[in-house]
Design a protein around this ligand. Structure first.
Ligand code: AMP
Length: 115
């Protein structure tokens, strides 16, 4: 975790504050600082995986845990029936922080196909 120079590494090390709404041994969920929907939560693994396409077979359990945690967080917030889960992978897909994160968005209408 010490080698993680991203802003999310700093949040994990508590060097900068975040509005944490869920934490367990493997992941952390906190409010996005610039929300794109009335509810905008970021769920990150504590392990540094820069982007989803960097994940390896050994990360399968962690990724599964994160998906189950999305369910837990959305149930906690009462948005389990209406949210969008987004992972931007790579700069061309608008990823700006290179520590894997899942965007949980809710509270407004969403277009399909996504922009
Ligand atoms: P992405 O563009 O997919 O890499 O998303 C990065 C997200 O991190 C953006 O939605 C930012 O608003 C959010 N973000 C950046 N810095 C912080 C921070 N200090 N606390 C919470 N969210 C942040």
């Amino acid at each position: 975790m010490e080698d993680n120079k991203t802003i999310f590494g700093k949040i994990l090390r508590k060097e900068i504050p975040a509005e944490v709404i869920y934490e367990d041994d493997f992941c952390l969920a906190f409010k996005d600082i610039a929300p794109k929907a009335p509810t905008h939560i970021l769920l990150i693994p504590k392990k540094l995986i820069p982007k989803l396409s960097d994940a390896q077979s050994e990360d399968a359990e962690l990724l599964g845990h994160m998906m189950v945690s999305v369910g837990k967080v959305t149930r906690m917030l009462g948005i389990e029936d209406a949210f969008r889960l987004v992972i931007n992978n790579g700069a061309k897909a608008q990823q700006t922080v290179f520590h894997l994160h899942m965007h949980i968005l809710s509270g407004r209408a969403f277009n399909w196909p996504p922009g």
